[in-house]
Design a protein around this ligand. Sequence first.
Ligand code: ADP
Ligand code: MN
Ligand code: MN
Ligand code: MN
Length: 347
Amino acid sequence: MNIVEYIWMDGAQPTQKLRSKARIVSAEKGQPISPETLPEWSFDGSSTYQATGHDSDLLLHPVRVFPDPVRGAGNYLAICEVNNPDGTPHDSNTRAKLRKVLDAGAAKIDPWFGIEQEYALFKGRSPLGWPDNGYPAPQGPFYCGVGSDEVFGRDLIEAHTKACIAAGIMIYGINAEVMPGQWEFQIGYRGFEGESADPLTVCDHLWAARWLLYRLGEDFGVNATLHPKPVKGDWNGSGAHTNFSSRATRDPKTGMAAMEEAIKKLEKNHARHIEHYGASLGERLTGHHETCNINEFRSGVANRGASIRIPRPVAKRGCGYIEDRRPGANMDPYVVCREILKTVCDL
Ligand code: ADP
Ligand code: MN
Ligand code: MN
Ligand code: MN
């Protein structure tokens, strides 16, 4: 017997959340569990803001399967798309909308993504490690810090990193962030031989990594929040910097020109991108705390106050990738990748 956790995005607004439920299946001998061999399943959409009570059954269609590092060998996590009873994508199915853009031509530019997921750990109503009354010392020593006076929650972060690796999730790295109790992991491009950082793969992996963070947080009595401004005041918000490259930006002959062209198009479409980059984004994009003001668009080499940054080593090489620093931590990667591709490919 195998336990498969079916994971999907609900219909909550303005930010869709994760839901999951487990099904017991029996793998046929020599038939590994895969999206193709897993049964479709249904759920009560009226309890997930996805349907009304009198017509509530929606379909879970597995699209990506990972070994489950929490339950261990023989058990799986399945990322699912949500479909209507007739098999068409449900309106909340943002993955299907990304697929459509890829099929409409975006796949041809061979896009790769790498996403930096920042988040804050909370215990009860305070960030982890914060005093019950008042505030910790001002920001400064915490980013990439070490020591029990500077970093909080490392046991969970280590467990999460190892769980991601065991699941085959493309985790690139981790670091403690600027606000105490705040952390980051990156999912996507790693430069490994034969590993694809195509948008559907990277986004599925990011959602799976988020699910694992919440799930392991249960064991530690700690909750991760993706709110873009978890603590008001002089504290860094949480973003989801989205790094993007195409065949043209990675080619030394065309790289710099292709990156500049992409940035010009992103500037023209700034307002549309902001609309799709997560709720409450204005609380984070203030022009302070390593952000560019939400109403402005700036780009620059090594500029962490920019909307789009070209990393210094990329500029030196003349090819590589650009970093969109605008998305909030609570963004939907299917939506952010879709919007970047629509803009860059004129779709
Ligand atoms: P930062 O200096 O902004 O904190 P990180 O080291 O946290 O950068 O993350 C770098 C990100 O860049 C990773 O998510 C990685 O996957 C991504 N990346 C690197 N090269 C490429 C590339 N060619 N295409 C797309 N993403 C890339
Ligand atoms: Mn980073
Ligand atoms: Mn960061
Ligand atoms: Mn970054």
